[in-house]
Design a protein around this ligand. Structure first.
Ligand code: FNR
Length: 326
């Protein structure tokens, strides 16, 4: 895995499942992060090859609950992001998946209370010793690259100091979301403070925050000095933001996402959640499309809504054929 000059799909809970990652990759993302998965939950999972779908699934033991689905096609670009507060637990969870992914990343930026109260996400930013312990343990024991994603600390000097400590653990790259823990998504990302981290480190820094148009990739690169850029909301709202030829119509992107959800038999809740996020950006959920998405109970319902019944039927009738041609 190479971290220089990359366009990166950010980790996004309930959004970054297999169809969305493949969608972003199709439009030009080089590296695609999965949604954050908590180590406790992943430790209850076992690996199953799903011959019906053509995927590799990590399923909660004793259930059919797929916690993480991946496939051969994304093997060299998918990053498994984990929430953790303990080095040994993180390692044991990572060992379950590391042969099927390109890298393992630790979330050190999530400000949500479920994360922070469990000592995970942004709570780690205040515990550099624990960060060191987690990252060195993973680094020593895994054959895949290990990275982490942080937010900015109170002062730029503090962020740089932490970033230097992280670099010393031997991680392959560091993603920096240019907001502080207390910042809201509408607050502008502080690209200049990402630049301070880039200037202080030798490892690749992945700059993250407020990239919404393809031109923004060059703008954030110039402003920060980072050669790689990570995008969350800009990709959620239109995954073709990665496309060098410019964004496609969001209607077309949305339909392609529905097709990929059908092909990979995505969890209906995740597909509905992502569609609702896209619809809310451009329209509103009270209009007929939004209402119909909310009412949909199956991927077949969504296929009908988006005029993809024939594709749905074809995929259902020809699973093995479709898998063979992928
Ligand atoms: C996120 N973000 C996030 N970060 C992370 O490390 N793990 C995660 O699972 C999530 N989940 C998530 C879900 C959704 C819907 C959004 C919008 C964001 C934060 C995200 O990766 C990113 O750091 C910020 O959104 C800033 O980037 P943008 O949106 O300005 O490009």
């Amino acid at each position: 895995m190479e971290y220089h000059n990359k366009l990166v799909l950010a980790p996004m809970v309930r959004v970054g499942t297999l169809p969305f990652r493949l969608l972003a990759a199709q439009y030009g993302a080089d590296i695609t992060y999965g949604e954050e998965i908590i180590d406790h939950k992943f430790l209850k999972c076992e690996r199953r090859v799903n011959e019906y779908i053509g995927s590799t699934d990590f399923v909660e033991k004793g259930t059919d609950n797929v916690v993480f689905r991946t496939c051969h096609q994304e093997r060299n670009q998918v990053v498994f992001q984990m929430g953790t507060s303990d080095a040994v637990r993180a390692l044991n969870a990572a060992k379950i998946v590391c042969k099927d992914v390109a890298a393992v990343d630790i979330n050190m930026g999530c400000p949500k209370s479920f994360s922070v109260s469990g000592g995970m996400g942004a709570a780690l930013l205040a515990k550099p010793e624990l960060i060191h312990d987690i990252l060195t343990t993973l680094k020593r024991n895994l054959d895949v690259p290990v990275t982490c994603k942080i937010r900015l600390l109170k002062s730029s000097q503090d962020t740089v100091e932490l970033a230097r400590r992280i670099e010393k653990t031997g991680v392959s790259a560091l993603a920096v979301h240019g907001r502080k823990v207390a910042d809201r998504p509408r607050d502008p990302a502080k690209w200049s403070e990402i630049a301070d981290v880039v200037a202080a480190l030798s490892i690749p820094v992945i700059a993250n925050g407020d990239v919404f148009e393809h031109d923004d990739f060059q703008r954030i690169k110039s402003a920060t000095g980072a050669s790689s850029v990570m995008v969350a909301r800009g990709a959620l709202w239109n995954a073709s933001v990665f496309s060098p030829g410019g964004k496609l119509q969001w209607e077309d992107v949305k339909r392609e996402y529905v097709r990929k959800s059908i092909l990979w038999d995505n969890d209906i809740k995740s597909t509905k959640h992502t569609l609702k996020e896209i619809i809310m950006r451009y329209s509103c959920l009270e209009l007929p499309e939004g209402k119909a998405v909310i009412k949909s109970e199956t991927l077949a319902d969504l296929a009908k809504l988006y005029g993809e019944e024939k594709y749905y039927q074809f995929v259902s009738d020809n699973r093995s054929l479709v898998n063979g041609s992928r």
